[in-house]
Write a protein that binds this ligand. Structure first.
Ligand SMILES: NC(=O)c1ccc[n+]([C@@H]2O[C@H](COP(=O)([O-])OP(=O)(O)OC[C@H]3O[C@@H](n4cnc5c(N)ncnc54)[C@H](OP(=O)(O)O)[C@@H]3O)[C@@H](O)[C@H]2O)c1
Length: 247
């Protein structure tokens, strides 16, 4: 919805949202959309979680991000803090993905240099499809084996740190081209530093979190700022749902 609304401003339908957030047609290599929510003063969390910054409209777009993707990419910190499980197969998701010719649910791919996920985490125990864990040769090999035995597909993509271009290459080899990255801040910082972000879906919550909380990027430093072009703006209850694309 445009702001300020006029008498003929209409809410965006599900079909309209699908058109706005559609991945580009004819992809031949992975294309990365990133989803984040931030307070108006730039905090990525309230009390250590993103939940307090969210809104049903933000959740609708977050869920749509999963609906339209071939794979969900997430850092081990977020997967653990937010207690990630496999993507669920709701009625709307099933209809949408079937209609768009996508797999029943997208797998979750986790970036973990240390291969640190616990073997009893919901990502492994509560999922319809095996998660993919991108890790390093430096991680203890018992961890590789433990996660593989617990049902993960373990892929080594680097020595001391996970090499993100290799991660995307591996996803591309599996035909997983529509990549929906759900963070968190350390993974995003590395993605920005490697210039791998094609689209940022950023919800700005109408709240001042104050000092203390992290920004949506933390860690790896980027040599030069990456320009973005504003692609769409939606608004509900004071929340702004912004979509920026690589120009
Ligand atoms: N506002 C939002 O929209 C939003 C979104 C997502 C998360 N969050 C919040 O962010 C917090 C988690 O932050 P975080 O920065 O720890 O999470 P993160 O980026 O999800 O995870 C960081 C972890 O990812 C692994 N990693 C491996 N290779 C990496 C690489 N090349 N670059 C970056 N990370 C790599 C490391 O795991 P190992 O230690 O296993 O090697 C690292 O500790 C939570 O509080 C969560 O609620 C907020």
């Amino acid at each position: 919805m445009l702001w300020p609304p006029t008498p003929d401003t209409k809410p965006v339908s599900d079909a309209g949202l699908e058109r706005i957030y559609a991945y580009p047609d004819g992809l031949t290599e992975p294309w990365v959309q990133v989803n984040f929510v931030s307070s108006a003063d730039g905090a990525a969390t309230l009390d250590g979680h993103s939940e307090g910054l969210s809104h049903p409209a933000d959740k609708r777009i977050f869920m749509l991000g999963r609906d339209l993707a071939d794979v969900v990419l997430v850092g081990a910190g977020t997967a653990t803090t937010e207690e990630y499980a496999g993507v669920k197969r709701g009625e709307r998701r099933r209809e949408r993905r079937q209609r768009l010719g996508l797999a029943e649910v997208p797998p979750i791919a986790v970036v973990s240099a240390r291969c640190s996920l616990p073997t009893d985490c919901p990502l492994l125990t509560d999922t319809r499809v095996p998660p993919i864990v991108f890790t390093t040769d430096a991680a203890p090999h018992e961890r590789h084996t433990a996660l593989a035995d617990a049902g993960a597909e373990v892929v080594v993509a680097g020595d001391g740190h996970v090499h993100l271009p290799s991660v995307l290459h591996e996803l591309g080899e599996r035909g997983l081209l529509r990549v929906n990255c759900e963070g968190g801040p350390r993974l995003l910082a590395s993605m920005v530093a490697a210039d791998l972000v094609d689209q940022l879906c950023l919800t700005v919550a109408p709240v001042l979190a104050g000092a203390g909380a992290e920004r949506i990027v933390r860690g790896a430093v980027t040599e030069a700022p990456r320009d973005l072009a504003l692609a769409s703006v939606l608004h509900e209850d004071g929340f702004l749902m912004l979509r920026y694309r690589r120009p």
